[in-house]
Write a protein of this length. Sequence first.
Length: 162
Amino acid sequence: MSVIIHDLDQHYHDSLNNKADYVFAADGKFAPCQGCFGCWTKHPAECFMKDRLHQICRLIGQADELTIITKNLYGSYSPDVKNVLDRSIGTSTPFSTYRGKQMHHTLRYGKHHLWKVIVYGPITEAEKETFRYTAKRNAINDGYSESAVYFIEELSELEALL
């Protein structure tokens, strides 16, 4: 299954609908993670907050290919996209294991293929390097075998990357 998470407006959301099995608009119309870890322990992969992100752990956990489209904010995801990723911590379990000679949480849904990030807006070389590193670490932590980061200056370049 392919999933796209984006912080774009409704016009772009509508045009992305046929590009993946599921398209999620990170529009900020949901609560931030409360840090209760209930999605790890009390009700696995399900957030206790009954908003649009209630099932986001399961959606991301079942994605073989995850594409994140985000505005650059100092070499990191936009706040709304980061909020979605924070609320998806339940894709793993609180238990730890070694993967690639490093300690990581045990995956609840198994391994995945591609963690792809498309970054738009002005960006410095240092911010690009930060994004590449962050995406690579996110991919490893969430069990993705590959990560890729693309930088575009104009949203008109987006179509070629999807």
